[in-house]
Design a protein around this ligand. Structure first.
Ligand code: ADE
Length: 417
């Protein structure tokens, strides 16, 4: 059983999945290994991820490992309906995801994945784990573990662990260096700019571009906006990150001051109401607001609606909020992840490494069955190193090796000035 928009879209979806596959060499080598060793044989995996071509290729690898997979969307606006159709038609994956689904259908789909009684879950934002703990705790004993894709999800899961509420082991895929340094920075950097441009077709050169949050994602967005010729200001609450942004060459300011000059404001903080009522009133006419953080709470939409006399969609994914004094504020993709709702998400080259971590996290749960507790774990450093090595090899890049003399030197302390 599945619930997708239109199974007839599968042919188009299959071509797009195959397009992405050629740029995912690490997943290709894992597919080969999984095909031979079948480490996930007979296992039921329930995944709540953005239903994209890259995710489809992760599903392909899990299937090669012998798993049965049930997939739902981790965001109501990120599903690629043709990809969803192809997963059902060509890859024997159960999918519950329709682009534009409302909140009720979104949760109905999560519940349908849990009806499949998964033994391992995969999350992007921790909605599946949260639902399991809050509404279906009787299933927790059957779950070996869950892997989490994103910063926001890891923060939620660590909060659960700190309160002593997390009842299953979790692998924070996001905490692998081969994930956050590449997916969060270069993936979010490129795809966020892509989403803003697809939605608006605005020129970035010479525009004033404000980035809220200078974590790995914010760094990527700021770097790429600068590369397109925008004049970039960073807003941060953390002193060290703010200092880093300043020394990376960005102007740093508080949002209440920066917003009056901004042409574009992008949030990427993981927090709520970062752009709030006071900012809407101070903003320049025709400012464009977009969010690249996981949830749609970073821009206070309720306050924006309350301050507006008119709200209309003026282009696909662009909503005009006309304030009572006539000022125009444009909100992209309802304040949801602009890179997935207005563009196609991160490119395959970085998702290759993120999803290699996901596939290996599933294997990790099998290999460590019964040995893990209700905590948040990182994958071992060797796995991170292996993924990096495979990626470098696929990119045709050779690196140096330490000589025996150098290895010895690094372990010694006697030799000095
Ligand atoms: N998150 C960001 N980009 C993504 C993509 N292309 N596929 C799945 N999850 C993503």
């Amino acid at each position: 059983m599945s619930d997708v928009k239109d199974i007839a879209l599968s042919e188009k979806g299959k071509k797009k999945i195959d397009w992405a596959w050629q740029f995912m060499p690490v997943l290709q080598s894992l597919q080969k290994e999984f095909n031979e060793e079948k480490p996930l044989k007979g296992l039921r995996i329930g995944a709540c991820l953005h239903v994209t071509t890259e995710t489809a290729n992760l599903m392909r690898v899990l299937k090669a490992g012998g798993a049965q997979v049930s997939l739902c969307a981790s965001n109501p606006l990120s599903t690629q309906d043709d990809t969803a159709a192809s997963l059902v038609h060509d890859f024997d994956v159960e999918v519950f995801a329709i682009n534009g689904e409302d909140r009720d259908v979104y949760y109905q789909h999560l519940n349908q994945v849990l009806d499949f009684k998964p033994q391992i879950t995969m999350d992007d934002g921790a909605d599946l784990v949260s639902l399991l703990h809050q509404e279906r705790p009787e299933q927790l004993d059957e779950v070996m573990g869950s892997s989490e894709e994103t910063t926001t999800g890891v923060i939620r899961l660590k909060a659960m662990a700190n309160e002593g509420k997390l009842r299953i082991p979790v692998v924070a895929v996001n905490d692998s260096a081969t994930k956050y340094m590449f997916d969060n920075r270069y993936g979010t950097g490129q795809s966020t700019i892509d989403g803003i441009l697809r939605a608006t077709n605005k020129l970035l050169a010479g525009s004033v571009f404000v980035v809220c949050g200078y974590g790995w994602c914010g760094r990527g967005i700021a770097m790429r906006a600068k590369g397109m010729g925008a004049i970039v200001t960073v807003c941060e609450v953390d002193s060290i990150r703010a200092l880093e942004a300043a020394m990376d060459g960005f102007s740093v300011n508080c949002l209440s001051k920066a917003i009056s000059q901004a042409d574009v404001v992008v949030t990427s903080t993981g927090n709520k109401h970062v752009v709030d009522e006071e900012h809407f009133t101070q903003a320049k006419d025709a400012v464009i607001l977009a969010n690249a953080g996981h949830f749609d709470v970073e821009i206070n939409k309720v306050a924006l609606e309350r301050l507006s006399k008119r709200v209309i969609e003026v282009r696909d994914g662009v909503t005009l909020y006309e304030l009572k004094d006539g000022k125009k504020i444009y909100l992209l993709t309802e304040g949801r992840l602009v890179n997935l709702a207005a563009a196609a998400g991160h490119p395959a080259e970085v998702m290759d490494m993120s999803f290699a971590n996901q596939a290996l996290a599933a294997k990790y749960f099998i290999d460590h069955q019964g040995k893990l507790e209700g905590k948040v774990y990182r994958l071992p450093q060797e796995i991170d190193d292996d993924i990096a090595r495979l990626k470098l090899k696929a990119m045709g890049i050779e690196i140096d090796k330490l000589t025996a003399e150098q290895e010895k030197y690094l372990k010694s302390w006697r030799e000095g000035t």
